[in-house]
Design a protein around this ligand. Structure first.
Ligand SMILES: C[S@@+](CC[C@H](N)C(=O)[O-])C[C@H]1O[C@@H](n2cnc3c(N)ncnc32)[C@H](O)[C@@H]1O
Length: 307
């Protein structure tokens, strides 16, 4: 997706809004009426609807099944009638801010092509920081028990399961829709070392312990202005109380009862929450508490070891 993210934004907020509104806030006139006749007209109308040029080109490429070079060289070609309805649907939806991944129904994460639906957050590249850290802690060829809390599309759980076939990975989500997508993704990638459990955080894990617990929970504060750009993604995957830390607090509080001695808890959080999450972990008795940075240089994950 052709999206630029401001470093000051929380990672969950990296969807690019592509909205056009009129000065009075009224819905804009339909820029795609009358329907475009040529490739160039479709691109012009998409720009008029507020779409970024690269986004519009990518949609034309994907729907028509052509390369970007083709799009640039064939502006005057008529739009094939059989693709018109889908093309206009995608351009309109993208112009209203829907992530490109929902239009395509898939998103790549850690080399895995994952199905995504409106039940799941679109996995973010920043979350790969958490996966790299998890893999550092899981020696190759050794059995281990791993839990991914709030699995969504299964991104973190499946990346770990694929890279560490000896690990038994438990993916938890309280959303039945998200869990179904995660398990479908596991099946598509033939990852048989993943199981899914529906429930809130540790509730489905009574009496179980893990060498590693990872989570990318909701961490945006309710009322944060970035939420306006995320209205197509499930709110329950994004917000967590007035300061965004409610779910992180719950996970830190209950994790010790589910960690094996020497086990680790790794948490993704907002770019400005590292100090608070470090304090939470230290206060709960974790040791070796530290933070890792994402590719944009933002403190993105904090973790600690249970003694
Ligand atoms: C920020 S998304 C992360 C999704 C995925 N792990 C990723 O990194 O792309 C948070 C996920 O937590 C789930 N969730 C929210 N509250 C939960 C709870 N109390 N118990 C379990 N899962 C929860 C949401 O349904 C959502 O799938």
């Amino acid at each position: 997706m052709a999206s630029e993210r401001n470093n000051a934004e929380p990672s969950h907020a990296n969807a690019t809004p592509a909205m056009s509104t009129t000065a009075g806030g009224a819905p804009p006139a339909d820029s795609f009426n009358p329907a475009p006749r040529t490739v160039a007209e479709a691109l012009q109308q998409a720009r008029a609807a507020g779409l970024d040029r690269l986004d519009a080109q990518l949609i034309v490429c994907t729907v028509l099944g052509v390369s970007r070079a083709w799009v640039l060289a064939h502006g005057s070609d008529p739009l094939p009638a059989e693709h018109l309805a889908r093309l206009l649907d995608w351009l309109r939806r993208r112009a209203s801010g829907e992530p490109f991944a929902y239009l395509q129904g898939e998103k790549e994460f850690f080399g895995l092509l994952l199905r995504v639906t409106p039940d799941t957050l679109v996995p973010r590249p920043d979350t790969e920081t958490l996966v790299h850290w998890a893999l550092n802690l899981l020696p190759e060829g050794q059995p281990s028990r791993v839990a991914d809390l709030g699995t969504g599309s299964g991104a973190i759980a499946l990346a770990i399961a694929q890279q560490r076939p000896q690990a038994q990975v438990t993916a938890v989500d309280f959303s039945a829709g998200a869990l179904a997508v995660a398990l479908d993704n596991a099946r598509r990638h033939a990852l048989t070392n993943v199981r899914g459990l529906q429930g809130s955080w540790f509730a489905p894990l009574a009496g179980e312990r893990f060498e590693l617990i990872v989570s990318n929970p909701p961490y945006i504060a309710e009322g944060d202005h970035h939420l306006a750009a995320l209205r197509h993604e499930p709110l329950t995957a994004l917000t967590s109380g007035p300061d965004g830390l409610d779910d992180l607090r719950q996970i830190v509080r209950h994790a010790p009862a589910h960690l094996a001695p020497g086990g680790w808890l790794l948490l993704e959080h907002g770019h400005d929450q590292a100090a608070e999450v470090q304090q939470l972990l230290q206060a709960a008795g974790f040791t070796e508490v530290s933070t890792r940075f994402d590719l944009g240089g933002n403190p993105r994950c904090t973790g600690g070891k249970w003694h």
